[in-house]
Design a protein around this ligand. Structure first.
Ligand code: GLU
Length: 307
């Protein structure tokens, strides 16, 4: 199946894809900045996509707060912002095509039940011919992708994770799954390079399997270390990380760049965001970021990274 792109493929198209579950915090500013700089270093396009596919987790007006904050930091995107909540028909069309290729099935199992049955390929629902009522839609992963090379984290192999489990495309509550939406949209938007937090590394093999099933060329991936307050606790909207104050945009940029191992020279302290970003674009090198999953930042002042 070929998934039509609405955006012409260029040599480099990157994106920042926040879920609107709260305002931008230091960790998400770092992710936005890394994806922006990598795109600009390669003279590429950079998009912003609001990942509000899960309506229950989305917070009213958080999208606007995120976009305003990016804008205040000089991070300008190149195309109108895409909202996943407006794309249900597209996701359903892909699911219908998977059904017509006999690759999708309705499943009434919980994840725990699937594991107890020995993994996705052994799910009894594959042959049970359930109807849609109260069922999730899963895709058969008979030949999953088992490895890839991350630009920062290096070679990755499938372990005892979800890479080989029949993936949920639509949840039992009717919501389209993040794993489907993110791949479908990256294909639609012609995204060639994904730079995002290492917390998403475990989902990447499943995403690559979807690219394969959709006959779409896969992007390259770079998973940057996430900012954490202590080992295993990444800054997130869920654990109430301090919101970035857009009035301190220049200082925030300097701190976020420091996290990315870019030390803004004193002569640029106090310069405009545009000047700081211009300087950073000349010096950013994604591949030189440390091959670790997280970097510890100051808990109280999560907007102000200390080393
Ligand atoms: N929406 C995801 C998040 O906010 C990011 C997805 C991605 O970058 O692929 O964590």
């Amino acid at each position: 199946m070929d998934v039509m792109q609405t955006v012409p493929a260029s040599t480099y198209t990157g994106r920042f894809a926040p879920s609107p579950t709260g305002p931008l915090h230091f960790g998400s500013l770092v992710a936005a900045l890394a994806s922006y700089l990598d795109a600009r270093v390669h003279s590429g396009h950079w998009f912003v996509r609001i990942e509000d596919v899960d309506r229950q987790r989305s917070i009213k007006n958080a999208d606007k707060a995120i976009l305003d904050c990016l804008h205040a930091h000089g991070l300008q995107w190149d195309e109108p912002v895409r909202y996943q909540s407006a794309c249900d028909d597209y996701y359903q069309t892909l699911i219908n095509t998977f059904f017509s290729r006999q690759l999708a099935y309705y499943c009434t199992c919980t994840r725990k039940m699937i594991r107890q049955q020995g993994g996705g390929s052994a799910c009894n629902c594959r042959n049970a011919k359930h109807g849609p009522a109260g069922a999730a839609v899963r895709i058969k992963l008979d030949t999953p992708v088992l490895s890839f090379n991350d630009r920062i984290q290096g070679p990755q192999q499938a372990g005892s994770d979800c890479a080989t489990e029949d993936m949920v495309l639509r949840r039992r509550d009717g919501h389209y799954a993040y794993n489907l939406a993110v791949v479908a949209d990256d294909i639609k938007q012609g995204v060639t390079h994904i730079v995002r937090g290492s917390d998403l590394l475990p989902t990447t093999l499943a995403h690559l399997s979807l690219y394969q099933l959709l006959n779409a060329p896969p992007p390259t991936y770079a998973h940057i270390p996430v900012a954490a307050t202590e080992p295993g606790y990444k800054l997130s909207k869920q654990n109430k990380a301090t919101a970035i104050d857009p009035h301190n945009a220049k200082q925030n940029l300097v701190q976020a760049l420091k996290f990315l191992h870019l030390y803004v020279p004193d002569t640029l302290h106090g310069a405009s965001c545009d000047k700081i970003l211009n300087w950073a674009t000349k010096h950013f090198k994604c591949e030189t970021l440390p091959k670790v999953s997280e970097i510890i930042v100051d808990k109280q002042q999560s907007a102000f990274y200390k080393d």
